[in-house]
Design a protein around this ligand. Structure first.
Ligand SMILES: [Zn+2]
Length: 106
């Protein structure tokens, strides 16, 4: 069990998968043997390019979205002028999808 950030773990597992394929090894076995090493190297690589800081900044901006105030939903009128529905905020949904892909924040 690791306490690495989800993004670090994803990167480490991708690295392990690639390494296993390149060397003709079993991915699960390789991970079991070298998990700590893959995590350490992934952490260093992501820190070197500011990936974790970028993720934190992305969430900060998405939470301050001028259109939805960070709720991810906006109200919009339907064809019936008396009626409105809430839909995904078009201004920040792409940011949230990337944050989700990256595994969220620590
Ligand atoms: Zn928004």
């Amino acid at each position: 069990m690791s306490t690495a950030h989800p993004m670090v773990e994803k990167a480490a597992r991708a690295w392990c998968k690639r390494h296993a394929e390149a060397c003709g090894l079993d991915e699960a076995t390789l991970w079991a043997e070298r998990e700590a090493g893959f995590l350490t190297e992934a952490q260093a690589a992501l820190e070197a390019c500011g990936a974790l800081e970028l993720l934190a900044l992305a969430e900060q901006y998405a939470n301050e979205c001028a259109s939805c105030g960070g709720t991810t939903r906006i109200w919009t009128r339907t064809q019936d002028p008396q009626d409105s529905i809430d839909v995904e905020c078009p201004d920040c949904i792409d940011i949230w999808l990337v944050i989700e892909k990256a595994g969220g924040l620590p």
